[in-house]
Design a protein around this ligand. Sequence first.
Ligand SMILES: CC(C)(COP(=O)(O)OP(=O)(O)OC[C@H]1O[C@@H](n2cnc3c(N)ncnc32)[C@H](O)[C@@H]1O)[C@@H](O)C(=O)NCCC(=O)NCCS
Ligand SMILES: Nc1ncnc2c1ncn2[C@@H]1O[C@H](COP(=O)(O)OP(=O)(O)OP(=O)(O)O)[C@@H](O)[C@H]1O
Length: 225
Amino acid sequence: MFVLGIIGSIAGGKSTASAILQELGATWINADAIARSVLDRPEVVEKLIGYFGDSIVLKSPPKQGTHPQIDRAALGKLVFGDDDSKRLALLYLESVVHPIVRHEIMSILKQCSQQQVQVALLDVPLLFESHWDVACDSIWCIDAPLQTRITRVQQRGWSADELIRREANQLSIDRKRALSDLVIDNNSSITYFTNIIRQHWQSLMQSLSPIGEVNTSVVHDSHCL
Ligand SMILES: CC(C)(COP(=O)(O)OP(=O)(O)OC[C@H]1O[C@@H](n2cnc3c(N)ncnc32)[C@H](O)[C@@H]1O)[C@@H](O)C(=O)NCCC(=O)NCCS
Ligand SMILES: Nc1ncnc2c1ncn2[C@@H]1O[C@H](COP(=O)(O)OP(=O)(O)OP(=O)(O)O)[C@@H](O)[C@H]1O
């Protein structure tokens, strides 16, 4: 099985690239989605309310259930920022969520391997920070200029500051670009971006043998498990 890591700037287009690659046949492992489902678990909710208090409880939950649900925007305001208390709060949140996410990703990767998936797509925003890079055979970085990304996040209701606050908690985009095997700039139309992704996918397919084994002549050893 070939493990392809997807990394990049916030709103650079990682999910868009992953969705295109999924259409082309890759199996998408989406860490943001896994982390979201972890935040729905009653035992996690209980721990987080114990630490952050009731201000992170969703006041009018869409799902009527038996346990409280997390107000993600409210929690985001408490953990993203450059003062010490927010940094500590983010560390706490990550100490609760990340081990479960890690475990989930490990078990999905294991299943993919058992099912002889040809390409597993590891879409993990904190790929290098969480050391998932060592599990990857190749890493693609999806990026776009800051102003383009600000316009994109504003459409999801974030301010430019929100984007910058979150990115301050990640490895810089320059480092991500430098550490990746391939950098794809997503600063044009979706159609153009789709074609570029398609071309790189075709090159990747050509580099893999018919049974899905990695052709070691084109893959960096340092990224192999
Ligand atoms: C604080 C939370 C509730 C805010 O939720 P919200 O719906 O506003 O954002 P969402 O989860 O969709 O994340 C959007 C982007 O923010 C960035 N981001 C999220 N968590 C982090 C983090 N711990 N450090 C740096 N950037 C982060 C990522 O680029 C991510 O793609 C949420 O981000 C969260 O639970 N974060 C901790 C879990 C985590 O680290 N997830 C990242 C993948 S494992
Ligand atoms: N080439 C493009 N042209 C126009 N809009 C785009 C383009 N690429 C992505 N978008 C849009 O920009 C937004 C951000 O893209 P996407 O969600 O793929 O980024 P991301 O890197 O996964 O974001 P995040 O870091 O928040 O997870 C989405 O609404 C997406 O539809």
